[in-house]
Design a protein around this ligand. Structure first.
Ligand SMILES: [Zn+2]
Length: 258
């Protein structure tokens, strides 16, 4: 079985066991666009080999869905490519990339440390604030920022009814709130849901449908409501919510993030 899952003609995703992560690929006649570059050079080299086994069309463009290390720390292994991302993906990687490296190393087992230490952090060189359109053969590929959510620089990639959502949507695990804007995230998903997509590719986990995204929007709305309620009542803890207490506490920590 081809490990690249062809979602539509020339549009693929590959699901990597590490972090249960999805990488997107849009293959044209003479060039290929890759969506996210994995966590470090070892993973990025594996990705490059996996792409080379699928197509002869070289990667010319990298898209980073957001600044997180597991989506951008492989960028250096695509040296001749244009790297596209949100303007704050660039500024965060320049300003906070080293801090993200240090805190990630502190959270991961020892055998992950060396490749992460070796990463050359390369931010996007082509940025936008609201939206941008790329053309590949006769296809229009739309990149858009829908508002703050998982981070302040999440972008979605929309092509032929497929929407690569990065970590704005998460399948198989709760949404990650560590750098999030929990009170704005529901409205961002509301905007995302305006897109006429039938296949939604989260940053991690299974490909999902619109109903899944609606459910996640509702769960995030409930988290936002619980935050408002806790602020109003000065309670020390949350009542039962859509996610575990530890996850809700992470969202709470980010309630005043600016
Ligand atoms: Zn992320």
């Amino acid at each position: 079985m081809n490990p690249w899952d062809e979602l539509a003609d020339g549009k693929f995703r590959r699901r990597y066991e590490t972090l249960d992560q999805n990488i997107g690929l849009i293959v044209g006649a003479d060039e290929t666009i890759v969506i996210d570059t994995r966590s470090h050079h070892v993973h990025a080299d594996e990705l490059r080999d996996d792409i080379a086994r699928l197509t002869k069309a070289p990667v010319t463009t990298v898209i980073n869905t957001h600044m997180h290390w597991d989506h951008s720390f492989g960028n250096a292994r695509f040296p001749d490519c244009r790297i596209v991302g949100h303007v704050r993906c660039r500024s965060r990687l320049i300003g906070d990339g080293e801090r993200m490296r240090t805190s990630t190393i502190a959270q991961l087992p020892e055998n992950c440390h060396e490749p992460l230490r070796d990463v050359e952090i390369v931010p996007p060189d082509t940025t936008f604030e609201e939206s941008m359109t790329l053309t590949l053969d006769d296809r229009q590929i739309r990149l858009a920022f829908f508002g703050r959510g998982h981070t302040d620089n999440d972008v979605a990639v929309v092509v032929d009814g497929i929407l690569f959502a990065g970590d704005l949507i998460e399948q198989g695990a709760p949404p990650a709130f560590g750098d999030s804007y929990p009170r704005e995230w529901p409205a961002t998903l509301e905007q995302l849901l305006q897109e006429a997509a039938s296949v939604w590719v989260p940053g991690h986990g299974n490909v999902v449908d619109r109903q899944f995204v609606l459910t996640q929007r509702n769960e995030l709305s409930e988290v936002a409501r619980l935050i408002e309620q806790r602020q109003a009542t000065n309670e020390d803890t949350f009542p039962t919510g859509p996610y575990s207490g530890a996850v809700l506490e992470q969202a709470w920590e980010r309630r005043t993030a600016t």
